[in-house]
Design a binder for this molecule. Structure first.
Ligand SMILES: C[S@@+](CC[C@H](N)C(=O)[O-])C[C@H]1O[C@@H](n2cnc3c(N)ncnc32)[C@H](O)[C@@H]1O
Length: 345
């Protein structure tokens, strides 16, 4: 185990590794954006051929691919052609385990400039995205449908990756109606409706997302069992659900706004309805966690925050819920179940 006296990695190497991480992330963004993993999947290709296919500059693309091949994201053969490796799969489009859209959005046109504001945000406490773009992220997505499409597909990719673990941790077998609040394109509800064939679904999200979601749910053959509803979860959510799911919603908002969302849900719920919140419960001091950095991402992008299980318990209490069960999963995501307080007591 590393101690302060004997670091596992020399400090200079540790710092250089971090610097390289920044360059690597941006290089991966370019590879994702240009769709390079799809293009080399069938057969390796030269940088010139890839440049012709993507409209890029051949010499510069070669340098990008050489760098990424040095860290295992592509493989350069003796004829200077670039092919896939095992991890390149994660950058392909629409295959199991793909996070291509996630890489495009998290490292791309919105996140990159907003993260550029981090120092200023840490000094003043202001919200980076709003400072740089002059509007909230949600308003920005409404005004930039193509970029919103990338973001919503990214959310679907992450949900698909988490799906087996989440389905194991949730029991909706007694449910007639499952409501997914801020359910995006409907990836989670589609899995739940396939798992519970007697259940019906309702997805509530912003109008531009619901439009995309209708296409997705229709293509999945589930539109007869799922209502896709445009709305605002600060105003009203549909009544009549046995279970109300909030997945990766509360981390987008500060405590007051999170309580407001929870209260809207509570008003729509019957005494027998359950609330299921799917979020990471961040661990304590010095524990490594992807979501401790996701917390910074939320600070910069939406003004939200990641929370510990105890912080979720307190949030639920403020909104009139009682946390009844926390199920951790092999991922960092946990399934937190709560019921309206009068029912619990
Ligand atoms: C981080 S995404 C999570 C999406 C989905 N639950 C998932 O986990 O993949 C947050 C979602 O909240 C939706 N959203 C944001 N503000 C909203 C509002 N006021 N009313 C309804 N949905 C909203 C966004 O459009 C987006 O789909």
């Amino acid at each position: 185990m590393a101690t302060e006296q004997q670091p596992a990695v020399p400090p200079v190497a540790a710092l250089l590794h971090v610097l390289e991480g920044f360059w690597t992330a941006r290089a991966i963004y370019v590879a994702a954006k240009l769709g390079l993993a799809d293009l080399v999947h069938e057969s390796p290709k030269s940088a010139a051929e890839l440049a012709r296919l993507t409209g890029a500059h051949a010499g510069s693309l070669r340098r990008l691919l050489r760098a990424l091949s040095g860290i295992g994201w592509f493989h350069e053969d003796a004829e200077e052609r670039f092919g896939p490796t095992a991890v390149t799969q994660a950058l392909r489009t629409g295959v199991p385990g793909s996070l291509r859209y996630f890489a495009m959005t998290e490292l791309g046109e919105e996140h990159y400039p907003a993260w550029g504001d981090l120092l200023s945000g840490v000094k003043s406490g202001h919200l980076g995205f709003d400072h740089v773009f002059g509007m909230s992220l949600w308003e920005y997505w409404t005004r930039h449908p193509d970029q919103a499409d990338v973001f919503n597909r990214a959310m679907s990719e992450v949900t698909a990756v988490l799906e087996p673990a989440l389905l194991q941790a949730m029991d909706c077998s007694a449910c007639t109606t499952i409501v997914d609040i801020g359910g995006g394109r409907g990836t989670l509800i589609a899995s739940l409706l396939r798992t519970y064939p007697a259940a019906r679904g309702i997805v509530l999200d912003l109008p531009h997302v619901i439009e995309l979601g209708r296409e997705f749910i229709s293509a999945e053959g589930l539109i007869d069992r799922c209502t896709m509803l445009s709305g605002d979860f600060f105003q009203r959510v549909p009544e009549g659900g046995d279970v109300y799911i909030l997945k990766w919603i509360l981390h987008d908002w500060d405590d007051d706004r999170s309580v407001a969302i929870l209260e809207t849900c509570r008003r729509a719920m019957s005494p027998t309805s359950r609330l299921i919140v799917i979020e990471a419960a961040i661990p304590g001091r010095n524990e490594p966690s992807f979501h401790k950095f996701m917390d910074l991402n939320m600070f910069v992008m939406t003004g939200g925050r990641e929370r510990s299980a105890e912080e979720y318990r307190a949030l639920f209490k403020r909104a009139g819920f009682e946390l009844t069960r926390t199920t951790s999963t092999p991922t960092e995501m946990a399934v937190l179940e709560a019921v309206p307080k009068s029912v619990a007591s």
